[in-house]
Design a protein around this ligand. Structure first.
Ligand SMILES: [Zn+2]
Length: 513
């Protein structure tokens, strides 16, 4: 018995074949046991499956769920928690100063926003809200993804060096006024941040526990090369091989990270990772902004994916990823929100629109060239599937694909008038918003119906989350937050003497040259 028939006036079933192919008008997708079993004309499929539950109408656009390949499961944004945007390095201290929220409720809220904007798979780069609660927070985040019903590539995080700045932690602390360094050492000792050993223990457990899970895949997140020793990176690569899972790293997000690589390795960080044997088709690099031409070639050669975080990079003044050049050279480029969307709302459709606009330079510039709607859809689906290492069973709606499906109300996008000749992919990309997403299925299950979550008591959860955000932190946490806020200006000062690199091949929208 087939269980569902999902129909639309427009069905985009294979974004890789846009703009000419991969789509149907007045089409439908038949689902059985969480998978797509047929895609064809609606009338043909309806006649064949008259008893299947019907979802959608000719007013809907049906498309594969979007894949957000870099997020931290942050529900309430840093801005909502009282922190403005700044450049990344001191902003990370702001993050440390922010009161840790309940990881379950906060991740669940993130899921709600993502689902509402058409996301069905998240590559979750884990992080610690409260470093003392490594395992309970990790399990709470995982439980939130399970509760929301979102497909997740959950990359468990680890670091073993350079906690506060891109310098040995002891060396940096020794350079501070004695009173402050003592205070920071005290709160670190009291917090007992997770060690690499803690990581390996928990990773083994989770990998085992989730090995048969339909929606969750456990991955590994070396948070970034500057925060992980070469020994740790090698060991993580080996662990990934042994467990047949992938690695997800932040890489060359800022000019200072580029400088760190040049100073520490005597070469670009990407070349260094390549020589260490870290890179490959099961690796994705978030941000990936400060790449040389050679770095881009290395990613193309090794099949390493990169993740475009356009909003986050604007908000944290990190730079603009040379995505069109990367695509031209054959690199797999996907899209992530990083919990830092332009409208502070985790709207993936808005993020796609930003990616489509951010590479538009005046006519006459040799590069970059503008990206097409087809390319953007492919980045957010098929390429995303590769970045998550879940692979081609997500990102399309062809027989055998997972039934991860988004229905967008096209009448909302087109109202009160839209030229009838408008390409539907163009219309969704140029005018679509999260609020136009009507229904979302993951693995054949409806997790959003008519804009509501059948599984979740949204109002109650959000009230609870807000109350936690408002509550006073416990004394241990307060001591940590106060020490971090005292440390922040010293972190800012640390970078003031650093050289800033040349821009090529990265570019700025308005060059100062
Ligand atoms: Zn990030």
């Amino acid at each position: 018995v087939t269980d569902k028939l999902v129909r639309g006036g427009h069905v985009i079933f294979d974004p890789a074949r846009l703009p000419a192919g991969g789509r149907l008008s007045h089409g439908a997708v038949v689902l059985d046991e969480g998978k797509v079993v047929a895609v064809d004309d609606y009338d043909v499929l309806k006649a064949r499956h008259p008893d299947a539950e019907e979802i959608g109408s000719d007013d809907h656009v049906v498309m594969p769920g979007l894949i957000n390949t870099h997020h931290h499961g942050t529900g309430l944004s840093m801005f909502q928690l009282g922190t403005g945007d700044d450049y990344l390095e001191p902003w990370l201290l702001d993050w440390f100063c922010t009161k840790p929220l309940d990881a379950y409720l906060d991740t669940l809220y993130a899921c709600m926003k993502l689902i509402r904007s058409g996301v069905t798979t998240v590559l979750h780069a884990a992080y610690s809200r409260d470093w003392k609660l490594f395992e309970p927070e990790t399990r709470a985040s995982l439980a939130a993804y399970e509760a929301a019903g979102v497909r997740t590539a959950f990359a468990l995080h680890t670091v073993d060096q350079n906690f506060f700045v891109y310098q040995d932690t002891d060396e940096f602390l020794a350079s501070l006024p004695t009173k402050l360094s003592t205070r920071v050492r005290d709160v670190v000792a009291e917090t007992a941040p997770p060690t690499a050993d803690d990581f390996f223990t928990l990773f083994e457990q989770l990998h085992e526990e989730y090995s048969a899970h339909a929606l969750i895949k456990i991955m590994i997140c070396p948070v970034g090369p500057q925060w992980c020793s070469d020994g740790l990176l090698r060991k993580l690569r080996k662990t990934a091989d042994e467990h047949e899972t992938g690695l997800h790293l932040h890489c060359l997000e800022t000019p200072y990270q580029r400088e760190f690589g040049l100073q520490s390795y005597g070469k670009s960080t990407v070349e260094h990772l390549y020589e260490l044997g870290i890179l490959g088709p099961d690796v994705s690099l978030a941000h990936a902004i400060w790449f040389t031409d050679r770095d881009i070639d290395i990613c193309a050669e090794t099949g390493t994916s990169v993740c475009h975080n356009a909003s986050s990079n604007l908000r944290l003044r990190s730079g603009i990823m040379p995505a069109p050049l990367m695509l031209e050279k054959g690199v797999n480029v996907s899209i992530g929100i990083d919990g830092m969307a332009l409208n502070d709302d985790d709207d993936m459709l808005q993020e796609l629109r930003l990616v489509s606009k951010i590479h538009r330079l005046p006519q006459g510039f040799q590069r970059p060239r503008p990206l097409t709607s087809a390319e953007i859809f492919k980045m957010a689906t098929v390429n995303g599937a590769q970045s998550t290492t879940i692979g081609p069973r997500i990102g399309t709606l062809v027989p055998g694909s997972e039934a991860d499906i988004v229905l967008i109300d096209y009448t909302r996008i087109a109202q009160p008038y839209l030229h009838s000749g408008t390409d539907v992919a163009d219309a969704v990309l140029h005018r679509g918003k999260g609020s136009d997403v009507d229904t979302v299925l993951v693995g054949g299950e409806v997790i959003l119906r008519d804009g509501e979550f059948p599984r979740l008591r949204e109002d109650e959860l959000l009230k609870e989350l807000a109350a936690i955000a408002e509550a006073e932190p416990e004394p241990r946490v307060r001591r940590w937050m106060e020490a971090m806020s005292e440390l922040r200006p010293h972190v800012d000062r640390f970078y003031q003497g650093w050289e800033t690199p040349e821009y090529d091949p990265c570019y700025t929208v308005n060059s100062s040259i």
